[in-house]
Design a binder for this molecule. Sequence first.
Ligand code: ADP
Length: 845
Amino acid sequence: MGSDSEERGLKGSADAVGDSQKQDGKNPQELIHWHNSCGNSIFIQVLRGVAARALQLSRGVEKPSGRVTYIVVLEGLCRFSVQELSARGTYYVARINRLDLTKSELEQAEQDQDLILLSRQFKAAAMELISILEQKQKTAGRTKVLLETVPVHRLADIFVASFEISFEEQLSMLDSVDLKVRITKATELVDRHLQSIRVAEKITQKVEGQLSKSQKEFLLRQQMRAIKEELGDNDDDEDDLAALERKMQSAGMPPNVWKHAQRELRRLRKMQPQQPGYSSSRGYLELLADLPWQNVSEEPELDLKAAKESLDRDHYGLVKVKQRIIEYLAVRKLKPDARGPILCFVGPPGVGKTSLASSIATALNRKFVRISLGGVKDEADIRGHRRTYIGSMPGRLIDGLKVVELFQPTFYTFLYLLPLQRVAVSNPVMLLDEIDKTGSDVRGDPASALLEVLDPEQNKTFNDHYLNVPFDLSKIIFVATANRVQPIPPPLLDRMEVIELPGYTPEEKLKIAMKHLIPRVLEQHGLSSEFLQIPEDMVKIIIQRYTREAGVRNLERNLSALARAAAVMVAEQDCNIQFSKDVQPMTTSLLDSRLADGAEVEMEVIPMNDNRPEISNAFASASVLVVDESMLEKVLGPPRYDDSETAERVATPGVSVGLVWTSFGGEVQFVEATAMVGKGDLHLTGQLGDVIKESAQIALTWVRARAANLKLSTAGEINILENQDIHIHFPAGAVPKDGPSAGVTLVTSLVSLFSQRKVRADTAMTGEMTLRGLVLPVGGIKDKVLAAHRYGIKRVILPERNLKDLTEIPSQILSSMEILLVKRIEDVLEHAFEGGFPWRRHSKL
Ligand code: ADP
């Protein structure tokens, strides 16, 4: 049955045909009520139909609801149009007209060129469909015969009926009386069917390809496993996982963590080692197994006397610092779970911060873990990355706590390494090194994560994002180090007790070197004083000419370099020395290249715990090697510093000597000013911050305002900048500088430039200056005076209000220097120039 779709509606005279289903109650004659394939009702006005003969009627199985389905097989006879429709009983009766063409009409129509073309297209599409189907099922061969025998217009009907199309499309096919329309529609439908078959085929091919690849892999792996079993080889993966499980069992995890770990292990067991998540899951379980969940090192009764002795034995001087550490230990002894402050050692590099922290660990008989926080900008460095990230890792704290295989360095480290298993404990002394070097950026604030770590309330259940289960950090004793206090975020600083370790004086350095560094260096290199002696004079030379530092790190490096060179010399001198078979002597070419290399001084000290008596004994037979100046030059190269540097730098007017404070301790900073033809502009270079730039501006303003009083200009010449620009430079240009303490140095350099008088080479200065010429106090006085002393400077100009800071400076330094305290900038100028500076006191300004 069919209808003209555009004529669908409720109006018009209705005709109906055949065994249509239900009628609309109101107007049965006009409307036929259909159920479409989706079960929705549609009302259509029937104008056309298809006459059919019922071939078969079969009864389906009765459903529990009592409904029975019947299946009718119909054979279509012809299309017709409805002339008249009348209801008779429950049926409709219609007068109809045949629509299909008669035989003669058909023959005529087949002559039409368009139809011939369309038929050809349809047959081609149908042929293609058949050949595709033929590959899948043999029955398609019969359809091929049809294609050759049955006329095209019938074929169109047959073909379209053979595959699934929508009910509407079926209706519209029946409705297409016109041959051309019918064949075009049929071609479209066949084409679409072809395409859908092709796409489906492509998808199956892809899936099949993938399947077969993984199936192949699986098969091969199974075979491999079978071969291994046959050969008696154990399966590595299985073995590995069993070992991992054993390790996990002995890790002593709390019950909830153990459950979590087991779940993860089950997941791992189901995976193939080549699978993407395998290694990440395995790494995670390894970490869980490596963490010290319960393992603690036994803490015997603390012997304060022994601790004091050990501190004294390892460190020279530092009386106050050691006293504070003993106090800290005493409190811990009386109340082991006391929430004492976190000690934070602040000072320049190489002053013994790390070694003091490790002494605390030794005194408490705890393990020592060092975590470097320098350059940590990402919160995830402390708290870990979530495991969803590719390449995720635990934070540095958790990572620092796990068991690691260390390679124990030995003598001749470059020749071999001995693996050494370290036992992890949950109660070590943990050094948070360089806590002032953490910064925050878009990736979060590590300081806030650190706060959580250091907070006794929160660190019991520290949650590392990678670990994803709480870990107890409360048994750890934290100690921190920093170069400077200022960059430490205030909330973090609030939790810590700052213990300052300023730099050492040359005398202290000498004592440290003679008492501690030289014996240690000799021991580390398997030498003894019977072979190598470094006299005091030579150590003094190293301190003065080869190092210019607040701490003793470079000093230690230089001493190590001497010890290494000495060891090599003996190896060269006496080839008959019998080394044990795992120690090999160095070759001559290596020695030459090492001695010739000036960069040797920069090499790291290689700690060597292994004392090898055979070397010392061998050396004992040789004569004692006493280090002299020529050996110093040969091994360390020509001296790097001398006291004449300051004199050379201030040889021209416009240069003054300032004292600054950096994270390396105090430093001497030269300020250079020069004038050139210009329009009165001020140029500043040397990576300066805003504060120091403003200081320069203030200094220039002050000098210009006082130009006449300073006799820098004649009374008539008001503007000393007329037709000239001023350029001020702070070497070293690559180091960023900031702060107000260069004020007095800037003025001195400008006055020196305009007056064309040289400043004194033996005088350095520091102090902030106001626009009115008052000199204000500044920080870091001790470090600055020590730096001046290192440079061989004899006089230091300081703000008067810094007088109180002088008590921190060792008396032998103070007695060897002249400290000049000033209130006003005029006093600075008076001291900075040879013979004072002429200053017209009764000025109108
Ligand atoms: P920091 O951590 O302050 O940079 P280190 O603790 O690493 O410095 O010290 C560098 C070296 O100097 C270490 O070998 C240390 O033992 C030694 N050292 C520093 N100060 C002293 C001291 N007062 N007495 C003995 N040795 C010292």
